[in-house]
Design a protein around this ligand. Sequence first.
Ligand code: ADQ
Length: 502
Amino acid sequence: MSRLVVVSNRVPSTSPAKSEAGGLAVALQAALNETGGLWFGWSGKVVEPPAPAPTVTQCDRFTLATLDLARPDYEGYYNGFANRTLWPLLHSRLDLTSFDAAFFQSYQQVNALFAARLTPLLTPDDAVWVHDYHLIPLGEELRRAGLDNPLGFYLHIPFPSPEVMMALPWHRELAKALCAYDLIGFQTRRDLQNFRDFMQREMHGAIDGDGNLQVFGRTLVANAFPIGIDADKFAAMAGNAEPQEPRPSEHARRHRQIIGVDRLDYTKGLVERFRAFEALIETHPEYHGRVCLTQVAAPSREHVPEYLGIRAELEKIAGGINGRFAELDWTPIHYINRSFGQKQLTGLYRNSEIGLVTPLRDGMNLVAKEYVASQDPENPGVLVLSQFAGAAEQLLGALIVNPYDIQSVAKVLHSALAMPVAERRARWRPMMASLCREDIGHWRDSFLRALFAARQPRRIYHLVPERRAVGLSDIARPDMARPDIGQSDNRVGVISELRKAR
Ligand code: ADQ
Protein backbone atom coordinates (compact mmCIF):
# COMPACT_ATOMS: atom_id res chain seq x y z
CA MET A 1 0.00 0.00 0.00
CA SER A 2 1.96 2.97 -1.16
CA ARG A 3 0.16 5.79 -2.78
CA LEU A 4 -2.95 7.67 -1.73
CA VAL A 5 -5.37 8.44 -4.54
CA VAL A 6 -8.12 10.94 -3.71
CA VAL A 7 -11.09 11.21 -6.04
CA SER A 8 -13.68 13.95 -5.71
CA ASN A 9 -16.05 15.75 -8.05
CA ARG A 10 -14.15 19.02 -7.72
CA VAL A 11 -10.42 19.26 -7.09
CA PRO A 12 -8.49 22.00 -5.25
CA SER A 13 -7.54 25.03 -7.29
CA THR A 14 -3.96 25.28 -8.52
CA SER A 15 -4.34 29.00 -9.20
CA PRO A 16 -2.38 31.19 -6.74
CA ALA A 17 -5.26 33.69 -6.95
CA LYS A 18 -7.56 31.05 -5.43
CA SER A 19 -5.11 29.72 -2.89
CA GLU A 20 -7.51 30.05 0.08
CA ALA A 21 -8.32 26.35 -0.03
CA GLY A 22 -10.82 24.93 2.44
CA GLY A 23 -9.78 22.73 5.34
CA LEU A 24 -10.66 19.54 3.52
CA ALA A 25 -8.46 20.36 0.54
CA VAL A 26 -5.62 21.38 2.84
CA ALA A 27 -5.82 18.20 4.91
CA LEU A 28 -5.90 15.89 1.92
CA GLN A 29 -3.19 17.84 0.13
CA ALA A 30 -1.04 17.53 3.25
CA ALA A 31 -1.40 13.74 3.14
CA LEU A 32 -0.73 13.67 -0.58
CA ASN A 33 2.30 15.91 -0.24
CA GLU A 34 3.78 13.80 2.52
CA THR A 35 3.38 10.50 0.76
CA GLY A 36 3.20 11.47 -2.87
CA GLY A 37 -0.11 10.71 -4.49
CA LEU A 38 -2.79 11.54 -6.98
CA TRP A 39 -5.90 13.74 -6.81
CA PHE A 40 -8.41 13.05 -9.55
CA GLY A 41 -11.64 14.86 -10.40
CA TRP A 42 -13.60 17.19 -12.65
CA SER A 43 -11.81 20.35 -13.77
CA GLY A 44 -14.99 22.39 -13.33
CA LYS A 45 -14.92 23.09 -17.09
CA VAL A 46 -17.62 22.26 -19.61
CA VAL A 47 -15.96 21.71 -22.98
CA GLU A 48 -17.17 20.53 -26.40
CA PRO A 49 -15.81 18.01 -27.10
CA PRO A 50 -13.92 17.10 -23.89
CA ALA A 51 -10.32 15.92 -24.32
CA PRO A 52 -10.03 12.11 -24.42
CA ALA A 53 -7.36 12.04 -21.67
CA PRO A 54 -7.14 13.80 -18.30
CA THR A 55 -5.04 16.94 -17.91
CA VAL A 56 -2.17 16.10 -15.56
CA THR A 57 -0.42 18.76 -13.44
CA GLN A 58 2.35 18.28 -10.89
CA CYS A 59 1.66 20.13 -7.59
CA ASP A 60 4.37 19.87 -4.93
CA ARG A 61 4.72 16.15 -4.42
CA PHE A 62 1.37 15.05 -5.72
CA THR A 63 -0.20 14.85 -9.13
CA LEU A 64 -3.48 16.48 -10.04
CA ALA A 65 -5.42 14.87 -12.89
CA THR A 66 -8.64 16.41 -14.14
CA LEU A 67 -11.17 15.72 -16.83
CA ASP A 68 -13.57 18.15 -18.48
CA LEU A 69 -17.27 17.40 -18.96
CA ALA A 70 -19.44 17.73 -22.04
CA ARG A 71 -22.52 19.95 -21.67
CA PRO A 72 -25.08 17.07 -21.53
CA ASP A 73 -23.01 15.33 -18.84
CA TYR A 74 -22.78 18.51 -16.82
CA GLU A 75 -26.55 18.96 -17.03
CA GLY A 76 -27.51 15.36 -16.33
CA TYR A 77 -24.85 14.21 -13.87
CA TYR A 78 -23.96 17.38 -11.98
CA ASN A 79 -26.93 19.77 -12.13
CA GLY A 80 -29.30 16.84 -12.52
CA PHE A 81 -28.75 13.66 -10.50
CA ALA A 82 -26.15 15.01 -8.05
CA ASN A 83 -27.74 18.36 -7.25
CA ARG A 84 -31.44 17.89 -8.05
CA THR A 85 -31.85 14.28 -6.94
CA LEU A 86 -29.24 13.10 -4.45
CA TRP A 87 -28.61 16.40 -2.66
CA PRO A 88 -32.28 17.01 -1.73
CA LEU A 89 -33.00 13.30 -1.18
CA LEU A 90 -30.10 12.76 1.21
CA HIS A 91 -31.13 15.93 3.06
CA SER A 92 -34.63 14.38 3.38
CA ARG A 93 -36.23 16.96 1.07
CA LEU A 94 -38.42 14.68 -1.01
CA ASP A 95 -40.53 17.71 -1.93
CA LEU A 96 -37.55 19.10 -3.89
CA THR A 97 -36.23 15.82 -5.31
CA SER A 98 -36.35 15.22 -9.08
CA PHE A 99 -36.89 11.61 -10.09
CA ASP A 100 -35.67 11.65 -13.66
CA ALA A 101 -34.36 8.46 -15.26
CA ALA A 102 -32.29 10.49 -17.75
CA PHE A 103 -30.46 12.15 -14.83
CA PHE A 104 -29.66 8.73 -13.36
CA GLN A 105 -28.41 7.42 -16.69
CA SER A 106 -26.12 10.42 -17.07
CA TYR A 107 -24.86 9.95 -13.48
CA GLN A 108 -23.94 6.35 -14.23
CA GLN A 109 -22.30 7.29 -17.52
CA VAL A 110 -20.15 10.01 -15.96
CA ASN A 111 -19.11 7.69 -13.14
CA ALA A 112 -18.12 5.11 -15.76
CA LEU A 113 -16.18 7.85 -17.56
CA PHE A 114 -14.37 8.81 -14.34
CA ALA A 115 -13.44 5.13 -13.88
CA ALA A 116 -12.25 4.75 -17.47
CA ARG A 117 -10.03 7.83 -17.21
CA LEU A 118 -8.74 7.01 -13.74
CA THR A 119 -7.96 3.31 -14.22
CA PRO A 120 -4.88 3.79 -16.44
CA LEU A 121 -3.39 6.12 -13.79
CA LEU A 122 -3.65 3.57 -10.96
CA THR A 123 -1.03 1.13 -9.75
CA PRO A 124 -1.70 -2.10 -7.82
CA ASP A 125 -0.45 -0.59 -4.56
CA ASP A 126 -2.68 2.47 -4.52
CA ALA A 127 -5.26 3.11 -1.79
CA VAL A 128 -8.20 4.90 -3.39
CA TRP A 129 -10.39 7.29 -1.36
CA VAL A 130 -13.55 8.46 -3.13
CA HIS A 131 -15.46 11.49 -1.82
CA ASP A 132 -19.12 12.27 -1.71
CA TYR A 133 -22.46 11.67 -3.32
CA HIS A 134 -21.44 12.61 -6.86
CA LEU A 135 -19.33 9.48 -7.15
CA ILE A 136 -21.17 6.64 -5.38
CA PRO A 137 -20.99 4.25 -8.41
CA LEU A 138 -17.31 4.96 -9.07
CA GLY A 139 -16.08 2.13 -6.83
CA GLU A 140 -18.26 -0.42 -8.62
CA GLU A 141 -17.00 0.81 -12.00
CA LEU A 142 -13.40 0.53 -10.82
CA ARG A 143 -14.02 -3.01 -9.54
CA ARG A 144 -15.61 -3.87 -12.88
CA ALA A 145 -12.40 -2.69 -14.55
CA GLY A 146 -10.50 -5.21 -12.39
CA LEU A 147 -9.28 -3.01 -9.52
CA ASP A 148 -8.52 -5.00 -6.37
CA ASN A 149 -7.07 -2.12 -4.37
CA PRO A 150 -8.30 -0.85 -1.00
CA LEU A 151 -11.24 1.36 -1.85
CA GLY A 152 -12.87 3.76 0.58
CA PHE A 153 -15.85 6.08 0.27
CA TYR A 154 -16.73 9.05 2.47
CA LEU A 155 -20.17 10.68 2.43
CA HIS A 156 -19.93 14.35 3.42
CA ILE A 157 -23.70 14.85 3.61
CA PRO A 158 -26.34 13.00 5.66
CA PHE A 159 -27.63 9.50 5.01
CA PRO A 160 -31.43 9.69 5.45
CA SER A 161 -33.85 7.26 7.06
CA PRO A 162 -34.58 4.07 5.07
CA GLU A 163 -38.09 5.35 4.22
CA VAL A 164 -36.60 8.34 2.42
CA MET A 165 -34.02 6.21 0.58
CA MET A 166 -36.77 3.87 -0.57
CA ALA A 167 -38.46 6.73 -2.42
CA LEU A 168 -35.60 6.74 -4.91
CA PRO A 169 -36.44 4.38 -7.78
CA TRP A 170 -32.72 3.50 -8.06
CA HIS A 171 -32.09 2.85 -4.35
CA ARG A 172 -31.04 -0.74 -5.00
CA GLU A 173 -28.49 0.24 -7.63
CA LEU A 174 -26.93 2.74 -5.24
CA ALA A 175 -26.94 0.27 -2.36
CA LYS A 176 -25.17 -2.31 -4.51
CA ALA A 177 -22.71 0.27 -5.75
CA LEU A 178 -21.80 1.18 -2.18
CA CYS A 179 -20.91 -2.44 -1.54
CA ALA A 180 -17.97 -2.21 -3.92
CA TYR A 181 -16.09 -0.24 -1.25
CA ASP A 182 -14.12 -1.81 1.60
CA LEU A 183 -14.93 1.07 3.94
CA ILE A 184 -17.76 3.58 3.98
CA GLY A 185 -17.42 6.61 6.23
CA PHE A 186 -20.22 8.83 7.50
CA GLN A 187 -20.23 12.11 9.38
CA THR A 188 -22.29 10.98 12.37
CA ARG A 189 -23.58 7.97 14.26
CA ARG A 190 -27.09 8.90 13.15
CA ASP A 191 -26.07 8.60 9.47
CA LEU A 192 -24.31 5.32 10.19
CA GLN A 193 -27.41 3.97 11.93
CA ASN A 194 -29.66 5.04 9.04
CA PHE A 195 -27.33 3.30 6.59
CA ARG A 196 -27.25 0.10 8.66
CA ASP A 197 -31.03 0.14 9.04
CA PHE A 198 -31.45 0.62 5.29
CA MET A 199 -29.04 -2.19 4.40
CA GLN A 200 -30.45 -4.58 6.98
CA ARG A 201 -34.15 -3.89 6.60
CA GLU A 202 -34.44 -3.13 2.93
CA MET A 203 -31.44 -4.88 1.31
CA HIS A 204 -31.49 -8.01 3.52
CA GLY A 205 -28.02 -7.34 4.90
CA ALA A 206 -26.75 -8.66 8.24
CA ILE A 207 -24.24 -7.45 10.79
CA ASP A 208 -21.64 -10.16 11.48
CA GLY A 209 -19.81 -10.92 14.72
CA ASP A 210 -17.14 -8.32 13.94
CA GLY A 211 -19.73 -5.59 13.43
CA ASN A 212 -19.21 -5.63 9.66
CA LEU A 213 -22.02 -5.53 7.16
CA GLN A 214 -22.64 -8.64 5.03
CA VAL A 215 -24.71 -7.67 2.04
CA PHE A 216 -24.88 -8.48 -1.69
CA GLY A 217 -22.26 -11.18 -1.08
CA ARG A 218 -19.69 -8.69 0.20
CA THR A 219 -18.34 -7.68 3.58
CA LEU A 220 -17.93 -4.02 4.22
CA VAL A 221 -16.98 -1.87 7.13
CA ALA A 222 -19.06 1.22 7.79
CA ASN A 223 -18.35 3.73 10.51
CA ALA A 224 -18.71 7.33 11.61
CA PHE A 225 -15.72 9.63 11.08
CA PRO A 226 -16.86 13.16 12.00
CA ILE A 227 -14.93 15.65 9.91
CA GLY A 228 -12.90 18.28 11.77
CA ILE A 229 -11.19 21.58 10.98
CA ASP A 230 -7.67 22.91 11.48
CA ALA A 231 -8.70 24.43 14.81
CA ASP A 232 -5.22 25.70 15.70
CA LYS A 233 -4.99 27.55 12.42
CA PHE A 234 -8.37 29.24 12.91
CA ALA A 235 -7.47 30.19 16.48
CA ALA A 236 -4.13 31.64 15.35
CA MET A 237 -5.71 33.54 12.45
CA ALA A 238 -8.44 34.98 14.66
CA GLY A 239 -5.96 35.87 17.44
CA ASN A 240 -3.43 37.51 15.12
CA ALA A 241 -5.82 39.25 12.79
CA GLU A 242 -4.68 42.80 13.53
CA PRO A 243 -6.01 44.89 11.98
CA GLN A 244 -9.11 42.75 11.71
CA GLU A 245 -10.08 41.76 8.21
CA PRO A 246 -12.57 42.90 7.22
CA ARG A 247 -12.37 45.99 9.45
CA PRO A 248 -15.69 46.13 11.25
CA SER A 249 -17.76 48.93 9.82
CA GLU A 250 -18.74 51.81 12.06
CA HIS A 251 -22.21 50.27 12.05
CA ALA A 252 -20.90 46.85 13.15
CA ARG A 253 -18.75 48.40 15.90
CA ARG A 254 -21.73 50.15 17.40
CA HIS A 255 -23.99 47.09 17.46
CA ARG A 256 -23.87 43.65 19.02
CA GLN A 257 -23.33 41.15 16.23
CA ILE A 258 -24.92 37.81 15.43
CA ILE A 259 -23.20 36.05 12.51
CA GLY A 260 -24.43 33.49 9.98
CA VAL A 261 -22.13 32.16 7.22
CA ASP A 262 -23.37 29.66 4.67
CA ARG A 263 -23.52 28.68 1.07
CA LEU A 264 -26.85 29.94 -0.20
CA ASP A 265 -28.67 26.62 0.03
CA TYR A 266 -32.19 25.64 1.03
CA THR A 267 -30.80 23.11 3.53
CA LYS A 268 -29.19 25.84 5.62
CA GLY A 269 -32.44 27.09 7.18
CA LEU A 270 -31.93 30.74 6.24
CA VAL A 271 -35.61 31.58 5.90
CA GLU A 272 -36.33 30.22 9.38
CA ARG A 273 -33.21 31.99 10.70
CA PHE A 274 -34.37 35.38 9.42
CA ARG A 275 -37.81 34.74 10.89
CA ALA A 276 -36.28 33.84 14.28
CA PHE A 277 -34.25 37.04 14.29
CA GLU A 278 -37.39 38.96 13.38
CA ALA A 279 -39.20 37.29 16.30
CA LEU A 280 -36.35 38.36 18.61
CA ILE A 281 -36.55 42.02 17.69
CA GLU A 282 -40.32 41.90 17.63
CA THR A 283 -40.54 40.56 21.18
CA HIS A 284 -37.57 42.54 22.56
CA PRO A 285 -37.73 46.20 21.60
CA GLU A 286 -34.70 46.78 23.83
CA TYR A 287 -32.57 45.29 21.04
CA HIS A 288 -33.74 47.86 18.49
CA GLY A 289 -30.76 49.86 17.38
CA ARG A 290 -28.45 47.53 19.35
CA VAL A 291 -28.30 44.06 17.76
CA CYS A 292 -27.61 43.11 14.12
CA LEU A 293 -27.68 39.84 12.23
CA THR A 294 -24.93 39.70 9.58
CA GLN A 295 -25.72 36.89 7.16
CA VAL A 296 -23.08 35.98 4.60
CA ALA A 297 -24.58 33.67 1.97
CA ALA A 298 -22.30 32.77 -0.91
CA PRO A 299 -24.22 32.09 -4.15
CA SER A 300 -24.13 28.41 -4.99
CA ARG A 301 -25.41 26.09 -7.77
CA GLU A 302 -26.99 28.97 -9.59
CA HIS A 303 -27.94 26.80 -12.56
CA VAL A 304 -30.25 24.69 -10.42
CA PRO A 305 -33.80 26.17 -10.40
CA GLU A 306 -34.48 25.49 -6.70
CA TYR A 307 -31.54 27.76 -5.78
CA LEU A 308 -32.93 30.71 -7.70
CA GLY A 309 -36.16 30.36 -5.74
CA ILE A 310 -34.52 30.41 -2.32
CA ARG A 311 -32.36 33.38 -3.30
CA ALA A 312 -35.37 35.46 -4.32
CA GLU A 313 -37.25 34.45 -1.16
CA LEU A 314 -34.39 35.47 1.14
CA GLU A 315 -33.99 38.83 -0.54
CA LYS A 316 -37.68 39.46 -0.03
CA ILE A 317 -37.67 38.45 3.64
CA ALA A 318 -34.51 40.41 4.53
CA GLY A 319 -35.88 43.45 2.70
CA GLY A 320 -39.21 43.10 4.48
CA ILE A 321 -37.63 42.87 7.95
CA ASN A 322 -35.29 45.77 7.30
CA GLY A 323 -38.09 47.88 5.83
CA ARG A 324 -40.20 47.22 8.89
CA PHE A 325 -37.63 47.77 11.65
CA ALA A 326 -34.65 49.76 10.31
CA GLU A 327 -33.80 53.21 11.63
CA LEU A 328 -31.52 55.78 10.02
CA ASP A 329 -28.63 54.49 12.11
CA TRP A 330 -29.58 50.80 12.38
CA THR A 331 -30.10 48.08 9.76
CA PRO A 332 -31.21 44.89 11.56
CA ILE A 333 -30.09 42.37 8.88
CA HIS A 334 -26.89 42.77 6.88
CA TYR A 335 -27.44 40.32 4.08
CA ILE A 336 -24.34 39.79 1.93
CA ASN A 337 -24.36 37.52 -1.15
CA ARG A 338 -20.68 36.81 -1.61
CA SER A 339 -17.92 34.65 -0.26
CA PHE A 340 -15.06 35.77 1.95
CA GLY A 341 -11.56 34.41 2.47
CA GLN A 342 -10.83 32.35 5.58
CA LYS A 343 -8.99 35.19 7.29
CA GLN A 344 -11.89 37.53 6.76
CA LEU A 345 -14.32 34.93 8.04
CA THR A 346 -12.33 34.41 11.25
CA GLY A 347 -12.48 38.19 11.82
CA LEU A 348 -16.25 38.15 11.37
CA TYR A 349 -16.63 35.14 13.68
CA ARG A 350 -14.45 36.70 16.37
CA ASN A 351 -16.34 40.01 16.32
CA SER A 352 -19.71 38.31 16.75
CA GLU A 353 -21.27 37.51 20.11
CA ILE A 354 -23.39 34.74 18.62
CA GLY A 355 -22.66 32.22 15.87
CA LEU A 356 -26.08 31.29 14.49
CA VAL A 357 -25.90 27.96 12.66
CA THR A 358 -29.39 26.61 12.04
CA PRO A 359 -29.49 24.21 9.08
CA LEU A 360 -32.63 22.13 8.58
CA ARG A 361 -30.26 19.23 7.86
CA ASP A 362 -26.47 19.21 7.48
CA GLY A 363 -23.84 16.47 7.27
CA MET A 364 -21.55 18.22 9.73
CA ASN A 365 -21.42 22.02 9.23
CA LEU A 366 -17.90 23.30 9.42
CA VAL A 367 -18.98 26.88 10.05
CA ALA A 368 -20.10 25.88 13.55
CA LYS A 369 -16.60 24.55 14.25
CA GLU A 370 -14.86 27.51 12.64
CA TYR A 371 -16.92 29.92 14.78
CA VAL A 372 -15.91 28.15 17.99
CA ALA A 373 -12.23 27.96 17.00
CA SER A 374 -12.12 31.69 16.20
CA GLN A 375 -13.31 32.90 19.63
CA ASP A 376 -11.35 34.90 22.16
CA PRO A 377 -10.68 32.41 25.02
CA GLU A 378 -11.24 35.14 27.60
CA ASN A 379 -14.45 36.42 26.08
CA PRO A 380 -15.90 33.75 23.81
CA GLY A 381 -19.18 34.08 21.97
CA VAL A 382 -22.06 31.62 22.11
CA LEU A 383 -22.78 29.04 19.42
CA VAL A 384 -26.49 28.57 18.71
CA LEU A 385 -26.67 25.31 16.77
CA SER A 386 -29.37 23.30 15.05
CA GLN A 387 -30.07 19.83 16.41
CA PHE A 388 -30.06 18.71 12.76
CA ALA A 389 -26.43 19.64 12.06
CA GLY A 390 -24.00 16.74 12.41
CA ALA A 391 -21.87 19.05 14.55
CA ALA A 392 -24.53 18.88 17.29
CA GLU A 393 -23.30 15.37 18.18
CA GLN A 394 -19.92 16.83 19.14
CA LEU A 395 -20.32 20.50 20.14
CA LEU A 396 -21.97 19.89 23.47
CA GLY A 397 -21.38 23.42 24.79
CA ALA A 398 -23.61 24.95 22.10
CA LEU A 399 -27.17 26.05 22.74
CA ILE A 400 -29.02 23.45 20.70
CA VAL A 401 -32.19 24.56 18.89
CA ASN A 402 -34.89 23.20 16.64
CA PRO A 403 -34.62 25.52 13.62
CA TYR A 404 -38.27 24.97 12.69
CA ASP A 405 -39.38 26.31 16.09
CA ILE A 406 -38.93 29.99 15.36
CA GLN A 407 -40.20 31.37 18.68
CA SER A 408 -37.94 29.16 20.72
CA VAL A 409 -34.89 30.04 18.57
CA ALA A 410 -35.72 33.69 19.34
CA LYS A 411 -35.83 32.88 23.07
CA VAL A 412 -32.48 31.07 22.86
CA LEU A 413 -30.97 34.08 21.08
CA HIS A 414 -32.17 36.25 23.94
CA SER A 415 -30.54 33.91 26.52
CA ALA A 416 -27.33 33.85 24.49
CA LEU A 417 -27.17 37.65 24.41
CA ALA A 418 -27.65 37.68 28.19
CA MET A 419 -25.21 34.87 29.00
CA PRO A 420 -22.54 35.80 31.59
CA VAL A 421 -18.90 35.45 30.59
CA ALA A 422 -18.24 32.65 33.12
CA GLU A 423 -20.87 30.45 31.49
CA ARG A 424 -19.64 31.34 28.00
CA ARG A 425 -16.12 30.27 28.95
CA ALA A 426 -17.36 27.08 30.61
CA ARG A 427 -19.26 26.13 27.47
CA TRP A 428 -16.50 27.11 25.05
CA ARG A 429 -13.45 25.45 26.64
CA PRO A 430 -14.46 21.79 26.24
CA MET A 431 -15.69 22.46 22.71
CA MET A 432 -12.37 24.04 21.76
CA ALA A 433 -10.45 21.17 23.36
CA SER A 434 -12.41 18.63 21.35
CA LEU A 435 -11.94 20.61 18.12
CA CYS A 436 -8.17 20.59 18.66
CA ARG A 437 -8.16 16.90 19.55
CA GLU A 438 -10.43 15.75 16.72
CA ASP A 439 -9.16 18.05 14.03
CA ILE A 440 -9.01 17.60 10.26
CA GLY A 441 -5.79 15.56 10.44
CA HIS A 442 -7.35 13.23 12.99
CA TRP A 443 -10.32 12.71 10.65
CA ARG A 444 -8.11 11.93 7.65
CA ASP A 445 -5.89 9.55 9.59
CA SER A 446 -8.78 7.77 11.31
CA PHE A 447 -10.32 7.07 7.93
CA LEU A 448 -7.10 5.90 6.31
CA ARG A 449 -6.25 3.70 9.27
CA ALA A 450 -9.68 2.11 9.11
CA LEU A 451 -9.34 1.63 5.36
CA PHE A 452 -6.08 -0.28 5.79
CA ALA A 453 -7.64 -2.33 8.60
CA ALA A 454 -10.73 -3.08 6.47
CA ARG A 455 -8.43 -4.63 3.87
CA GLN A 456 -6.52 -6.58 6.50
CA PRO A 457 -7.44 -10.10 5.39
CA ARG A 458 -6.32 -9.61 1.82
CA ARG A 459 -3.52 -7.09 2.23
CA ILE A 460 -1.73 -7.42 5.54
CA TYR A 461 -1.05 -11.14 5.22
CA HIS A 462 1.04 -10.82 2.15
CA LEU A 463 3.15 -8.00 3.51
CA VAL A 464 6.82 -8.88 3.83
CA PRO A 465 8.21 -9.02 7.42
CA GLU A 466 10.42 -5.95 6.95
CA ARG A 467 7.31 -3.90 6.33
CA ARG A 468 5.80 -5.15 9.56
CA ALA A 469 8.97 -3.91 11.26
CA VAL A 470 8.19 -0.33 10.27
CA GLY A 471 4.89 -0.47 12.12
CA LEU A 472 2.18 -1.85 9.86
CA SER A 473 1.02 -3.95 12.77
CA ASP A 474 -0.29 -0.71 14.25
CA ILE A 475 -2.79 -0.24 11.49
CA ALA A 476 -3.76 -3.90 11.46
CA ARG A 477 -5.30 -3.73 14.93
CA PRO A 478 -9.02 -4.31 14.50
CA ASP A 479 -9.99 -1.72 17.13
CA MET A 480 -8.25 0.94 15.09
CA ALA A 481 -11.06 0.69 12.58
CA ARG A 482 -13.45 2.19 15.09
CA PRO A 483 -12.95 5.85 15.91
CA ASP A 484 -15.65 5.64 18.57
CA ILE A 485 -13.81 3.14 20.74
CA GLY A 486 -10.69 4.88 21.88
CA GLN A 487 -8.60 5.65 18.86
CA SER A 488 -5.25 7.06 19.83
CA ASP A 489 -3.76 9.84 17.76
CA ASN A 490 -1.52 7.83 15.49
CA ARG A 491 -1.25 10.40 12.73
CA VAL A 492 2.48 10.16 12.20
CA GLY A 493 2.04 6.39 12.01
CA VAL A 494 -0.51 6.50 9.21
CA ILE A 495 1.43 8.95 7.10
CA SER A 496 4.62 7.03 7.60
CA GLU A 497 2.88 3.81 6.62
CA LEU A 498 1.87 5.39 3.34
CA ARG A 499 5.39 6.73 2.85
CA LYS A 500 7.52 3.86 4.06
CA ALA A 501 5.58 1.13 2.37
CA ARG A 502 6.36 2.60 -1.04
P1 ADQ B 1 -21.17 22.65 2.87
O1 ADQ B 1 -22.60 22.35 2.65
O2 ADQ B 1 -20.53 23.55 1.89
O3 ADQ B 1 -20.28 21.33 2.97
P2 ADQ B 1 -20.11 23.71 5.50
O4 ADQ B 1 -19.53 22.52 6.17
O5 ADQ B 1 -20.82 24.59 6.48
O6 ADQ B 1 -21.16 23.28 4.38
O7 ADQ B 1 -19.10 24.72 4.77
C1 ADQ B 1 -18.03 24.38 4.08
C2 ADQ B 1 -17.00 25.54 4.02
O8 ADQ B 1 -17.42 26.63 3.20
C3 ADQ B 1 -16.62 26.12 5.36
O9 ADQ B 1 -15.24 26.01 5.48
C4 ADQ B 1 -17.07 27.58 5.30
O10 ADQ B 1 -16.18 28.48 5.94
C5 ADQ B 1 -17.08 27.85 3.83
N1 ADQ B 1 -18.08 28.86 3.53
C6 ADQ B 1 -19.41 28.77 3.70
N2 ADQ B 1 -19.99 29.94 3.35
C7 ADQ B 1 -19.00 30.75 2.96
C8 ADQ B 1 -18.97 32.10 2.48
N3 ADQ B 1 -20.07 32.82 2.35
N4 ADQ B 1 -17.75 32.63 2.18
C9 ADQ B 1 -16.65 31.89 2.31
N5 ADQ B 1 -16.62 30.64 2.75
C10 ADQ B 1 -17.78 30.08 3.07
C11 ADQ B 1 -20.53 19.90 2.87
C12 ADQ B 1 -21.64 19.37 3.77
C13 ADQ B 1 -21.36 19.75 5.21
C14 ADQ B 1 -19.98 19.23 5.63
C15 ADQ B 1 -18.92 19.65 4.62
C16 ADQ B 1 -17.56 19.00 4.91
O11 ADQ B 1 -22.91 19.88 3.35
O12 ADQ B 1 -22.36 19.21 6.06
O13 ADQ B 1 -19.67 19.77 6.90
O14 ADQ B 1 -19.29 19.27 3.30
O15 ADQ B 1 -17.65 17.62 5.02
